[in-house]
Design a protein around this ligand. Structure first.
Ligand code: GLN
Length: 249
């Protein structure tokens, strides 16, 4: 069996803040340790679209960065939607999460259209939601990260959140206790951090779905040194999670 996985990093030049590139590193290294060969495509505006895509990662960005990429995002919207419907896993953080919804209205009142893969919309407000965050999810347990956004996101009826937050004034909109959104294998979230190095459960969910999409199964082939490195990464993640969970907001 060929063991190649094609990972698409969406708009790393303009949509990549608060350490979101760590998500790409984390996916790449864990896939390698599971014995897969990773073909990484860094896709920016007007680049060529790769022939194969098994996993898509998108990061956060300022409103300005979102404006810059939107024309190209719409050019690729049908391709991205088809992949999402086909079960390709995607992780969209903050600015890209907002643009996966129906629209993002900025503080200035401009309405940036989104590509509507997630049923939600976002309204920019003066007060930013900033700080460390822990959310609870049935599927992934506690998720640890860091949020920083002016946009308040409201899920439409029938849209599943990624998780729930206890702290008032945090999460999607600071009022309804939800954080992030889910559709098929697509995860949208405000969690920077980077998210994946601290949340290996989510990393492995994305990896399993990518391998299943490409080969119909996830079949790890890790030698002894790979297993040792995986254990080391998990130990570091537990320590980082414990520290982040105790840090006051
Ligand atoms: N510009 C958006 C907001 O502030 C996204 C910010 C981000 O990606 N961190 O709501």
């Amino acid at each position: 069996m060929d063991r190649r996985i094609d990972v698409l990093s969406l708009y790393p030049k303009d949509m990549n803040i608060y350490g979101d590139s760590g998500n790409v590193l984390s996916i790449r290294r864990r896939l390698e340790l599971f014995g897969y060969h990773v073909q990484l495509h860094a896709y920016n505006q007007d680049d060529e679209w790769p022939e194969h895509v098994d996993l898509v990662l998108g990061g956060g960005g300022q409103d300005q960065g979102q404006r810059k990429i939107i024309r190209d995002l719409f050019k690729r919207a049908d391709a991205i939607r088809a992949l999402a419907n086909d079960g390709v896993p995607m992780l969209m953080i903050c600015g890209m999460y907002q643009l996966f919804g129906d629209y993002f209205e900025t503080i200035e009142g401009d309405r940036l259209p989104g590509i509507g893969i997630l049923g939600l919309h976002t309204i920019g407000q003066e007060e930013r939601l900033i700080g460390n965050l822990v959310e609870h999810s049935e599927e992934f347990g506690d998720i640890v990260g860091y949020e920083n956004h002016s946009g308040k996101t409201f899920l439409h009826e029938g849209t599943r959140p990624l998780g729930t937050v206890d702290n008032p004034g945090t999460g999607n909109n600071g009022s309804d206790g939800t954080e992030g959104a889910r559709m098929n294998h697509v995860i949208g979230t405000y969690m920077h951090g980077s998210l994946l190095p601290k949340n290996p459960e989510i990393t492995d969910f994305l990896i399993r779905a990518a391998c299943q999409h490409r080969y119909g199964e996830f079949a790890a082939q890790s030698d002894a040194s790979a297993l040792q490195e995986l254990k080391g990464l998990d130990d570091i993640a537990s320590k980082a999670r414990a520290v982040a969970m105790q840090r006051p907001r």
